[in-house]
Design a protein around this ligand. Structure first.
Ligand SMILES: Cc1cc2nc3c(=O)[nH]c(=O)nc-3n(C[C@H](O)[C@H](O)[C@H](O)COP(=O)(O)O)c2cc1C
Length: 251
């Protein structure tokens, strides 16, 4: 115990086991953006290292794209698309480990909410709806797209493990792809990925299971979900012409 500290806070400084890994304390830097993203890995890695040096027990990336069909160009996101990304993020994991902290990565697919201005790939979603920031339409995922999405996620999880991450998220919050599947106001599918909650949660559960199967021996698997509508929720506004349109992110 530190004599200058109220003993009620001692627990914050005790190690915590999370799946197969152990955080040195309970100071947990949740995933958040850095302003650098995949563009400036050296600055990003130095910034995350400073957090670990300052005492955070877990330091996470920001949202980290699993595939070019989830490209948020214009905003600073991380990515694990290929070997270059893996090397760059291995630099972050190493820098964080050097100070005794755990490194986490938040695997992300934006679904309908990415415009893919850089990759020019077709956006994908549970429904065919307008993308959030640009006037194009995402493709409604069919069963083959869903199978591919699972594979992309699995491959990104394997890259995360190769990069040395200890905690790997499946990101199902903040209106992105898996939140779109969970949200009954967006997901109106009539197959076994839509309808009742168990169906809307099917893809999230499958990707969580895939991730555990791929890397659960060494990495903790985490998820982030939302319990209410947050910014940028793709709403269906019924227009006079009968079309449904998404609204812009509220200011
Ligand atoms: C600038 C900024 C960027 C963020 N980026 C992410 C992100 O990439 N992934 C994520 O899950 N949350 C992100 N968040 C949400 C934060 O992790 C956090 O949940 C939010 O700041 C609210 O804090 P609280 O959860 O402690 O209430 C971001 C928040 C801010 C302010």
């Amino acid at each position: 115990m530190n004599p200058g500290r109220d003993p009620r806070f001692d627990i914050l400084f005790q190690p915590l086991q999370i799946g197969p890994v152990t955080a040195p304390n309970r100071f947990y830097q949740v995933p958040h953006c850095s302003g650098m993203g995949y563009n400036r890995p050296a600055v990003l890695n130095a910034m995350r290292a400073i957090k670990a040096e300052g005492g955070w027990g877990v330091v996470n990336t920001e949202y980290c794209s699993v595939h070019p069909s989830s490209d948020d160009d214009g905003y600073p996101y991380a990515s694990l698309w290929d070997d270059t990304d893996t090397r760059n993020l291995a630099g972050m994991a190493d820098a964080v480990h050097a100070h005794g902290a755990l490194a986490g990565v938040e695997l992300w697919h934006g679904g309908q909410n990415t415009s893919n201005l850089g990759s020019r790939e077709t956006a994908l979603g549970p429904e065919s709806l307008p993308t959030l920031y640009a006037p194009w339409q995402c493709k409604k995922m069919d069963k083959a797209d869903i199978a591919e999405m699972r594979l992309w996620h699995r491959n990104a999880a394997l890259r995360a493990k190769a990069a040395g991450f200890d905690i790997v998220y499946v990101y199902a919050g903040h209106t992105y792809l898996l939140a779109q599947f969970l949200d009954a106001a967006v997901n109106r599918r009539s197959d076994d990925y839509g309808g009742e909650l168990a169906n809307r949660a099917r893809l999230l559960r499958e990707i969580l299971a895939d991730t555990r199967d791929a890397i659960g021996d060494r990495c903790a698997i985490a998820t982030r979900i939302e319990v209410g509508a947050s910014w940028g929720r793709p709403r269906r506004a019924k227009h006079a012409d009968g079309h449904h349109r998404a609204r812009d992110r509220p200011l």
